[in-house]
Design a protein. Structure first.
Length: 137
């Protein structure tokens, strides 16, 4: 089977939070007469968001689920060790840009919180490689 790569879903809460941060920075710096500084900060924040969007991905290979944030950070879980996938809205820190997340749990209790685009396809792809995965959606 070929490897499949999924990008992180971007959730509405994340977008609203970033728009709110943008508005606060804009209003705060404009009131202080530092509009140029505010625009630079806003540009930096949005570049960071774009970087995160393009940097976070979830790769399903024949044997592993690989969660990556750029090439510098990767976590791997053997697909054969995945015991359960369940939907969650946990707000824990995770390589996910949405609160509409999946908790991927291994037999040893290790877990990942991720938010892949096209969740149904992602789950089908994992189950095609390990039909013993229990799905709780």
């Amino acid at each position: 089977m070929d490897s499949k790569v999924y990008k992180s879903k971007i959730g509405g809460v994340f977008i609203i939070a970033m728009l709110l941060v943008t508005a606060i920075i804009y209003v705060g710096t404009m009131n202080e007469g530092k509009g140029a500084l505010g625009l630079c900060i806003i540009a930096f924040v949005w570049l960071l968001i774009a970087f995160l969007y393009f940097a976070i991905d979830y790769t399903i290979t024949d044997k592993e689920l690989i969660v990556s944030i750029t090439r510098g950070y990767q976590r791997k879980m053997p697909i054969s060790q995945i015991s359960k996938i369940r939907a969650t809205n946990l707000a824990m820190s995770a390589p996910a840009l949405s609160l509409n997340r999946l908790e991927i749990i291994s037999r040893s209790g290790e877990f990942f919180l991720i938010s892949p685009q096209n969740t149904d396809e992602f789950i089908r792809e994992l189950k095609s490689r390990n039909p013993n995965i229990f799905v709780e959606i």
